[in-house]
Design a binder for this molecule. Structure first.
Ligand code: ADP
Length: 287
């Protein structure tokens, strides 16, 4: 393996030139609670010893006075303040049209806010250059309701693909993909194509793919929306496990049973505003 390839493989750890970006070498990642790097090919050294004991938790998500008005005049998000500390598991709920998808689009820089600031994984998105957006997306794993797997590729290839496009060496890809497939329980299905899998297995593959770069934050947009209740619980258990390993999870959902049972933080949107933000259950108006 050449040095050049080696350097390319670890490029994600350096991410030079991003405004406001905290360097891995000097500060906060991977932290004692951010274990995602352990399966990521670009894992940096554990710098947890550098973090003062009384340091406030770093924020995975910080929105300040964020409003999003679409060109047609629709106020989809209205003056939202939201802070999600690193390591949290947060449900995002609200009826259809409440603004959940818009909020997620703002977090992954699919949309830009009309006013206000959005900071994700320490990166102020208003300052991010277009060329740095792929780096942002590597720091966020995204899981969709409809899985979005490549139909002609096997499970292994679907997971490996995101690493191939960033120039990761083949050996590192194999190791990472094997670890992730074991994590999501798909080792036996590695060579099957999505069409040969159940819905739950497809979502497991999509979760493995979301984890390939060892993201700090996983955003799951209705991940159980196409799954029956039993399989939904398996997917939730997997997301909880990923969260326990240190990755922040934000999950948009209508799954009242899951939200009520887990007693996690629930951020409820209605007409673009946060109407409730508390640990607890699912209220009827969220449906
Ligand atoms: P949710 O995900 O909670 O269903 P959305 O964020 O999709 O809500 O939508 C919030 C509001 O913004 C809705 O009224 C929706 O019709 C509107 N909206 C969403 N996307 C656009 C867009 N691209 N242009 C105009 N209006 C939009």
């Amino acid at each position: 393996m050449s040095d050049a390839l080696d350097r390319r493989a670890t490029r994600g750890a350096a991410d030079p030139g991003l405004p406001g970006r905290v360097s891995r070498a000097t500060a906060l990642e991977p932290t004692a609670t951010t274990h995602a790097g352990s399966w990521a090919p670009d894992a940096g050294q554990d710098s947890s010893a550098l973090i003062p004991m009384d340091a406030p938790p770093r924020l995975a998500i910080s929105l300040a006075e964020v409003t999003k008005v679409y060109p047609n005049g629709k106020h989809a998000i209205e003056d939202i303040d939201l802070e999600v500390p690193e390591g949290d598991f947060v449900f995002l709920v609200g009826p259809s049209g409440a603004g959940k998808s818009t909020l997620i689009k703002l977090l992954v820089r699919d949309e830009v806010p009309t006013t206000g600031s959005v900071v994700v994984a320490g990166i102020p998105l208003d300052k991010i250059r277009r060329g740095d957006i792929p780096m942002l997306r590597r720091r966020i794993g995204i899981v969709f309701q409809d899985f979005r797997l490549l139909p002609r590729k096997t499970v292994r290839e679907n997971v490996a693909f995101a690493l191939e496009v960033t120039g990761t060496p083949r050996g590192a890809i194999r190791t990472t993909v094997d670890r992730l497939l074991a994590l999501v329980g798909l080792t036996a299905q590695a060579d099957q194509r999505p069409g040969q899998l159940s819905g739950g297995e497809m979502q497991r593959a999509a979760i493995a793919r979301a984890m390939v770069h060892g993201p700090e934050l996983v955003i799951a947009d209705e991940p159980t929306g196409n799954l029956d209740p039993l399989i939904s619980w398996e997917i939730i258990q997997l997301l909880l496990r990923i969260n326990e390993m240190g990755t922040t999870v934000l999950m948009a959902t209508h799954n009242a049973e899951v939200v009520t049972a887990l007693r996690k933080r629930v951020v409820a949107l209605e007409e673009g505003r946060i109407i409730r933000d508390e640990v607890g259950g699912y209220h009827r108006e969220y449906a």
